[in-house]
Structure formats: C-alpha cells, structure tokens
Design a protein around this ligand. Structure first.
Ligand code: TTP
Ligand code: MG
Length: 343
C-alpha cells in the first residue's frame, strides 16, 4: 500500500510577509502586483483574515479594495518567498523519501517505506518547518497523490488530514466536482449541465455516459478519479529531465524527404537512449531551426507515455506536420521527449 504525503504552506506569500512585519498579525493582508490597488494587478494571495471578505487569488486588486477598504496591500517580494521555500524543501528532502516539488509552497513525499504512523510523520514535518521558518502548513496523507492533495486542502490552515483506503467514498462523495484535480471551471460547467455537482454524482454515472460526454481519455479519468483511483508516480527531479537529440546539417535541407529521413533517424536515437535509461515520456517536441536561424518548436502530449521508436516516430511526425516548411531551408532538427517516468 502506497502512502503519499502532500504538504501545502498556508497563505504562503502573506504568511512570509507577516513574519517580516509582525505588526500585520491579525489584520487582513493582500499580496499582489505593486501592492497598490489603484493600479492594475491581481491578488497573488490573501491571508485568512482577508479571505473572510471574499478576497481570493487572481482577483483584481481593485475588487479586493472594494470588498474591504482597510485591507493592507503589499507588493510581491518573490525572492524572499523563494528563499523561504528552499528552506522548507530542504527540510522535506532531508527525510530521504522521494519528493515531487510541485510549486513554491507545495510538495509530495512518498512515505510508504517510512516507519511511524501517518500522524506522527506529519507532526514531525509540521514541527520542523515551524521551528525553521515560523510558518504553518497543511498536510494530507493518503494512498495516492490525488487523495493526498485533497486531504491537505480539507482542514486549512495548520491542518492534518489522513484519508485511509476504507474512507475514500465517504470523504470524496460530498465534495463539489471542482475539488477533483483536473476539473476546472469549464468541466465544472459541463458537468453541471448534466446535473452532476458532486464527486459522488460523477461516481454514480456509468463509464459509457462519461466517455460519451467527455471523450475517451477525460471520461475515463473522471470515472477513476471519482473513485479515488490514481496510480500516477511522483515526478522526482531526475525524472523531470528530458531525453533529446538534435542534428545540425552540413547543408540546409529543403526537401521534405530529406527532413523526414533525418527526423526518423533522430527518433531511433532518442528511443534507444530511453531504452538504455529505462524511461518513457508523455511529451514529444520537435525543434526546427531554419536557414535564417529562426527556431520553432511543436509539441504533443500523449495520454499514454511513449517508449518504443514506433510511437515516438508517429508523434514526432505529427509535430512536424504542424510546421510551415514550404520553401524554407532547414538548418537543424531536434527531437525531445519530456515528462519522463520509469518504464
Ligand atoms: P496556494 O498554495 O494556492 O495559496 P496560499 O498558500 O496563499 O494559501 P492556502 O493556505 O490556501 O494554500 O499558492 C501558493 C502561493 O502561490 C500563494 O501564496 C501566492 C502564489 N499564487 C499566486 O501568485 N497566484 C495565484 O493565483 C495562486 C493560486 C497562488
Ligand atoms: Mg499554499
């Protein structure tokens, strides 16, 4: 049984500013843009005091001011947040578990092999982060990434939530569909028109119905996600890298056949590299540099990771088809596979 931990800092930018300016404690604070609501700009984050007025990330600063004129507005000091973020990530890395670095204030850890109960491990991490930075975070622990991320969001701020395999239905069913990773405002609208507002209602829908309305890949995803099923691996740092080959030609190539031959050869080389490294990857990118040094790329992300030369070549030629090659000599050609995972 896998045990995945998700950590998310509470009101991160605002919390760092409150540390730097203790006089802000207890006041509603908004971080965003130049910190001047009369200028253009959006809210990066609001502390929990300010959220009580309905202020949230991505809202125009002007709107935030209208909702609560006595909010304290501060500009974004990104370098300071990045510095604190590094301290937090180092604490997580020190534990020696595989880590996926998700964003400035978020990470997944695979704690399947760690001794101790989920609660003990989470407490230790929360305490270490708090001692080192003075900040609080929320932690979720569950059998996979999908559920761990949901769990960390359930009791914010300073939360600790464990979802055990037997509780998945009870926890997921009442949640609004938007809480599921991968359900944005568009899908939420589409689901709503079909009378589906909660995760439980997605779960009650037959697979065929979901596939009919959302397509094969996303329909299947919804079917699985609504049951709390997610086998996606952690994307740790080494897996983040890509495998690529490129070739600069002695003479620019104008003939499509020539370009196609070189592209096929590059695909064979990349596929061979991937086989040796034991990896597969979802995103295929083709790079073309033209005779005038103008460089363009076209990418394709596949629902299933590619590994063998055949699948890679098919994807690469789809990318090639999206360049306007007519009458333009090609100087360099490259193929890259990224979003790698273990094969
Ligand atoms: P979040 O973790 O989404 O938000 P948060 O940490 O401020 O609050 P919560 O307690 O709900 O986790 O994002 C982390 C930081 O990323 C946030 O402090 C500011 C920044 N951010 C933006 O700049 N723009 C955005 O739209 C969002 C969502 C976040
Ligand atoms: Mg956060």
């Amino acid at each position: 049984m896998r045990r995945i931990l998700h950590m998310d800092m509470d009101a991160f930018f605002a919390a760092v500013e409150e540390l730097r300016h203790p006089e802000l404690r207890g006041k509603p604070v908004v971080i965003g843009g130049d910190g001047d609501p009369s200028k253009r700009g959006v809210v990066s984050t609001a502390n929990y005091e300010a959220r009580k007025y309905g202020i949230h990330s991505a809202m125009p600063l002007r709107t935030a001011y209208r909702l609560c004129p006595h909010v304290v507005f501060l500009p974004v000091h990104y370098r300071e947040y990045a510095r604190v973020s590094r301290i937090i990530k180092d604490i997580l890395k020190e534990r020696g578990s595989a880590m996926e670095d998700v964003g400035i204030d978020e990470a997944f850890l695979d704690i399947s092999e760690n001794p101790g109960s989920a609660e003990e491990i989470a407490r230790e991490i929360k305490d270490s982060i708090n001692r080192a930075t003075g900040l609080t975070c929320s932690i979720g622990i569950a059998p996979n990434k999908l559920l761990a991320k949901l769990a960390s969001d359930m009791r914010k701020p300073d939360g600790l939530t464990v979802i055990r395999p037997g509780e998945v239905g009870r926890v997921l069913d009442p949640l609004p569909v938007r809480k599921l990773w991968g359900v944005g405002p568009k899908s939420e609208g589409h689901l709503g028109k079909l009378g589906i507002r909660t995760v439980g209602e997605i779960r009650a829908a037959p697979l065929e119905f979901l596939v009919e309305h959302f397509g094969e890949s996303y329909g299947r995803y919804l079917h699985r996600a609504s049951r709390g099923i997610d086998e996606s691996p952690l994307v740790t740092e080494w897996k983040r890298k890509s495998m690529s080959r490129e070739e600069t030609f002695e003479r620019d190539i104008l003939q499509w056949q020539g370009i196609a031959r070189h592209l096929a050869a590059l695909c064979r080389e990349v596929a061979e590299d991937m086989r040796e490294e034991g990896v597969k990857g979802c995103t295929v990118t083709v790079k073309v540099r033209f005779g005038n040094f103008k460089t363009q790329t076209r990418s394709l992300t596949l629902p299933e990771p590619v590994r063998g030369v055949e699948a890679l070549r098919r994807a690469a030629f789809q990318c090639l088809g999206r360049f306007d090659l007519a009458g333009r000599p090609v100087r360099l050609l490259g193929v890259r596979v990224s979003r790698l995972e273990e094969a």
